[in-house]
Design a binder for this molecule. Structure first.
Ligand SMILES: Cc1cc2nc3c(=O)[nH]c(=O)nc-3n(C[C@H](O)[C@H](O)[C@H](O)COP(=O)(O)OP(=O)(O)OC[C@H]3O[C@@H](n4cnc5c(N)ncnc54)[C@H](O)[C@@H]3O)c2cc1C
Length: 360
């Protein structure tokens, strides 16, 4: 039996540890805090799952595969992690990310509607659509209960033989195992500064108190406006999240109190885009971090000098949804049955694939 040590129990590490255990590997999963800690990017309350990824077929197919795997995990564990509320892309241009997504959705047979702005009004209790060109609606998209799902992956992994260990490891610890996977999210660049070029950048999210008409409302992405969110899910409130450039931070020392600046931005956006939310109280906020690669592609690669070591990260603000599908891909790469995609390589990156929910 081959052995693996996976360092980091965010969605990447937890999914991979479970996947390797399902493939009969002897797996140890090591985490410095607790799985789903709010200090990790995977420890948020909710994360969107959508198929549309512009013209990228790889990420579109991965999201769809991941959805199947999330639903299987939910059914197998009888634990609710999925809200199938759909998602609306608020397209401001005829030639933007949304329009680029459509041919891929069509090629892969993924259900979607390209709606006139007025035709989308019924999706939300109120929607200001005057600046929209169209709305791309994905009925199969939805919202994952992220922290719960991360903890479920670890618990289910343990049921399948994963050994969990609480510790903070460094490369100098040289953990034992046939394969070592460093899946350390925003901590990856400080562990491998010469190899991992990601910017660790703060993000604030807010939950607003809408009335009952906001229950079961779809997720939304205003890609060119730099905002995303969803209706009221499980009593959390309506999520309004800015997705524009923000401060570079240290994930160990960041005070996670929402900023007054981003709160004002979120309130202003909500009142403008969804007029019935004007004046709604803020029910809560969270501060987390993106680990942004220069082109928003993930990192999946072998360490150039340590053949047994793999580095997995660079989630770039859009990786949660992919967790279990990415784990299948990484496990295949480790087992040598699939080639690592060139766009996941370590090293310098050019361009901006723009795969997250904001273009700025
Ligand atoms: C505000 C926000 C909104 C987002 N929205 C979405 C969304 O809607 N849809 C979507 O798909 N994605 C979204 N994302 C992105 C997604 O959540 C992240 O890309 C994903 O969770 C990253 O997972 P990860 O496992 O790589 O990192 P993390 O979740 O950060 O996990 C890394 C883990 O490694 C541990 N660790 C680090 N160093 C060590 C060490 N030396 N030893 C032991 N343990 C260590 C950490 O404690 C942590 O638990 C969002 C992210 C944020 C911050």
């Amino acid at each position: 039996m081959s052995s693996a040590c996976v360092v980091g129990a965010g969605v990447f590490g937890a999914s991979l540890a479970r996947e390797l255990a399902l493939r009969d590997w002897d797996v140890t999963l090591v985490e410095q805090h607790t799985p789903g800690t709010v200090r990790s990017a995977s420890g948020g309350d909710t994360r969107l799952l959508r198929a549309a990824h512009g013209d990228s077929e790889w990420y579109t197919a991965s999201a769809v595969r991941a959805r199947t795997l999330w639903l299987e995990l939910e059914a197998a564990t009888r634990t609710r992690i999925w809200e199938g509320v759909g998602l609306a892309w608020l397209a401001r241009r005829p030639d933007g990310f949304e329009a680029a997504s459509v041919p891929v959705l069509e090629r892969l047979g993924i259900e979607h509607d390209w709606l006139a702005p007025d035709g989308a009004r019924g999706l939300f209790p109120s929607l200001a659509a005057d600046d929209l060109h169209a709305v791309l609606y994905e009925p199969g998209a939805g919202v994952l209960h992220a922290r719960r799902a991360t903890q479920l992956l670890v618990a289910d992994g343990e049921r399948h033989g994963v050994t969990f260990q609480g510790a903070r490891l460094a490369p100098g610890d040289d953990p034992p195992g046939d394969v070592i996977v460093w899946a350390c999210g925003a901590w990856l660049p400080q562990l491998f500064p010469s190899l991992v070029a990601v910017e660790v950048s703060r993000r604030d999210v807010f939950f607003l108190g809408g009335d009952r008409s906001w229950l079961g409302v779809p997720g939304f992405v205003d890609y060119d406006g730099g905002f995303y969110g969803h209706g009221d899910v499980a009593g959390l409130g309506v999520k309004i999240a800015p997705d524009s450039a923000s401060d570079t931070i240290d994930p160990d020392t960041l005070d996670r109190l929402p900023s007054a600046y981003w709160e004002a931005e979120a309130r202003t956006y909500a009142a403008r885009r969804f007029p019935s939310l004007a004046g709604a109280p803020v029910l809560g906020g969270r501060v987390c971090q993106y680990d942004l690669s220069a082109d928003t592609h993930f990192i999946v690669d072998r360490h150039p000098e340590r053949d047994r070591w793999w580095l997995v990260g660079g989630g770039s603000g859009h990786s949660f949804k992919h967790g279990p599908a990415l784990a299948e891909y990484v496990a295949d790469c480790i087992e040598g049955t699939r080639e690592r995609e060139t766009f996941h390589a370590l090293g310098s990156r050019a361009g901006d694939a723009g795969l997250r929910t904001g273009s700025t």
